[in-house]
Design a protein. Structure first.
Length: 306
């Protein structure tokens, strides 16, 4: 194994904490990975990794070497991408994570266009609402709604998504249609929580030019966007979410907009990726393509609204 490949292997082992997963990611036998690291440690004259039955972790020397490797590999990828034919024809596997609704309603319906533009890129797409450890799980980029809080990641905003508060006709029959945000205190919401335990997201509305929050009670809590909508359809309470997610339900009357005279603030949507991936041609072209997809999708939403 050449030195470049052995450095790639070493960084993947550190990030995934596993010889087996790193070997699988690089599509090489595990025995080959083990032998390559042994050769690397022998050449450097130091132990880089501590192995246990449960996981692999870098030694102090290994952590320092890992940080240098990341820099070297990023510089090399940048050098390669500076060549026109590489920049215009990136190759390799790109691992993306996004909410299921974005995958099924916005991104994947157009993914054949991305493939026709970049036939050398193979995509691995995972979906969910949980937080993803990009480095540990080998994910190149995640697409997430809300304001980014992780300063260790590069964030590129893709869209500002119009939101709506809505409920089912059955819920409105039981609890009435609020005529002003001040009447929300007598209503229920479907609560939403994340895999990290964060939750209790209040409704937010513009009232007299200012964003006001309304923390309401609720008897149903979920941590999945699709279940959030299902609970609203079954009369469990009010929900607030990007309008595109429930366009069909609003159009056919299965959900009804509530307090339409007091708009919800837009919800930002961003692509997030580690700093050492910002020079990757694969990541760059995918995010450029995503930006255009979301611009087209939400500019049409805006034009329909006016």
């Amino acid at each position: 194994m050449d030195r470049f490949t052995s450095l790639q292997l070493f960084t993947r082992i550190v990030e995934l904490r596993s010889f087996s997963r790193a070997a699988a990611a690089l599509q090489i036998p595990r025995a080959t990975a083990t032998y390559a690291i042994q050769e690397l440690e022998a050449r450097l004259g130091t132990r880089l990794l501590d192995r246990t039955t449960r996981q692999v972790s870098p030694t102090l020397d290994g952590q320092a070497f890992y940080e240098r490797c990341i820099h070297v590999l990023s510089e090399l990828e940048d050098a390669e991408s500076s060549l026109q034919h590489v920049a215009s024809n990136p190759r390799g596997v790109l691992r993306i994570d996004m909410h299921g609704t974005h995958a099924t309603k916005i991104v994947l319906p157009k993914i054949d266009d991305f493939r026709s533009r970049y036939p050398g890129i193979d995509l691995v797409v995972s979906s969910g609402d949980r937080l993803v450890d990009l480095v540990r799980e080998g994910v190149d980029c995640v697409i997430r709604a809300g304001n980014p809080h992780d300063s260790s990641l590069v964030a590129r905003q893709l869209a500002s998504m119009p939101q709506v508060v809505c409920a089912s006709p059955a819920y409105i029959t039981d609890f009435g249609m609020p005529q002003h945000p001040d009447e929300l205190s007598s209503h229920y919401v479907v609560k939403f929580f994340t895999s990290s335990g964060a939750g209790d997201y209040p409704l937010k509305l513009f009232v007299d030019g200012q964003v006001r929050t309304y923390a309401l009670d609720g008897w149903m809590s979920v941590n999945d966007a699709e279940n959030y909508v299902v609970c609203a359809l079954r009369g469990c309470g009010l929900i607030q979410l990007p309008r595109f997610h429930v366009e069909d339900e609003l159009r056919d009357g299965r959900l009804i907009e509530v307090l339409g005279g007091w708009p919800s603030p837009d919800l930002p949507l961003s692509a997030l990726y580690p700093y050492h991936r910002q020079l990757s041609p694969r990541v760059r072209v995918f995010i450029d393509w995503l930006t255009k997809v979301y611009e087209d999708r939400f500019s049409r939403t805006f034009l329909r609204a006016i």
